[in-house]
Design a protein. Structure first.
Length: 364
């Protein structure tokens, strides 16, 4: 396996159609992990390429455009304000992971999918199984994934029979109009959106809060005072703080469909490439100086945290909006917010792709 770390080389791997995800699950490919998970499923959007990938991506991408997220933004702001009201009513101290970092994406995803009565615990269990670490048996994870796929298939059937204005109804209608989208692939897509909407946003928000409150509390005043500052800070934190680290898969994996040169090195067809996005985002030839000095400064080049090419993250605009609004409004509501533990005492939740605090005890 080739490990790629320079910004230009990582960007090439992400953008170049000759490096494919679908080949990772070819018959001659080794297993990516010993435990099944939703992200490595061959029928998932992330593991498709070419026409098959484009067909399924077209079904969902119209929902997550900047214009679509702009329309959703007032609702997100109201939902976050309600969560802050609940935090304030329960009083100090509080666990910011359970009461905020996990609650924000759960509220947004339930609204998007029209499943307001879906319990937080159920969402959390699905996310934990879909991106499970090795602490669960393969049988336990497989059972959890089956339950998620059954829920997704039932929800699609329900919205086909009685469509609404939610994301699932839109996906079902778009798939039917386009044609050629297998039911299993659509159910996998819905399940993937449930998981990604919860896990990645919770991780970004939880890790950002740990860093700001634990190491950079001096930025809170500026964060609270300006939406623009919050947007700049959110972008830099997403850029600098990776979602997680997996020693088994040290980067975003691709497989060469044909002989291709990267940075003067020939990668043969069939060989594997791990594109280390975290390393690329700190490439000193692109991002000069100390990247943590000014957290509100614009980035010198676009971040690669959301991927690139045809697999560029669909939820980028919604994820950015949630992180920006959640950080800004929390800092504005609780100007004296601080952690009640040292950063070194943090206990971590580990998954196949993410790493975030188990708890984030704080007071104000």
């Amino acid at each position: 396996m080739w490990l790629v770390t320079r910004y230009s080389d990582v960007r090439q791997v992400l953008m170049d159609a000759r490096f494919q995800r679908s080949l990772l699950s070819a018959e001659d490919a080794p297993a990516l992990t010993g435990t099944p998970n939703l992200l490595d499923a061959p029928g998932g959007l992330i593991n498709m390429d070419c026409a098959e990938h484009l067909r399924l991506r077209r079904v969902v991408q119209r929902v997550f455009t900047p214009r679509g997220v702009k329309r959703l933004r007032p609702w997100v702001e109201q939902a976050i304000d309600r969560l802050l009201d609940e935090l304030e009513e329960r009083g100090s101290p509080a666990d910011l992971m359970a009461g905020y970092a996990a609650a924000v994406p759960n509220a947004v995803m339930r609204h998007l999918m029209g499943v307001q009565d879906l319990e937080d615990d159920r969402l959390r269990r699905w996310a934990e199984h879909a991106v499970s670490d090795t602490s669960r048996s393969a049988e336990e994870v497989a059972a959890g994934l089956r339950n998620l796929m059954e829920f997704s298939a039932d929800l699609l059937a329900e919205r086909r029979a009685a469509p609404g204005e939610d994301l699932v109804s839109t996906l079902a209608q778009a798939a039917d109009q386009q044609g050629g989208v297998p039911k299993a692939h659509l159910a996998n897509l819905v399940g993937g959106l449930v998981v990604a909407g919860h896990d990645t946003t919770m991780t970004m928000l939880g890790n950002s809060l740990l860093y700001i409150l634990g190491e950079r509390p001096e930025v809170c005043q500026r964060l609270a005072s300006s939406k623009e500052a919050a947007g700049a800070l959110a972008e830099r934190l997403v850029h600098l703080i990776p979602l997680g680290r997996n020693p088994e898969k040290p980067g975003c994996l691709r497989r060469a469909a044909q002989d291709t040169e990267i940075g003067g090195v020939l990668v043969r067809a069939g060989e594997f490439v791990a594109a280390d996005i975290g390393a690329a985002n700190r490439d000193p030839s692109v991002f000069t100086g100390s990247p943590f000095d000014d957290l509100f400064a614009p980035l010198e080049s676009p971040t690669l945290s959301f991927g690139g090419g045809t697999h560029y993250c669909l939820g980028i605009w919604l994820a950015r909006a949630q992180l920006e609004i959640a950080l800004h409004r929390l800092a504005a509501r609780f100007p004296g917010l601080h952690l009640t533990i040292a950063v070194r005492e943090t206990e971590w939740r580990l998954s196949t792709t993410t790493r975030s605090p188990l708890r984030l005890p704080a007071a104000w």
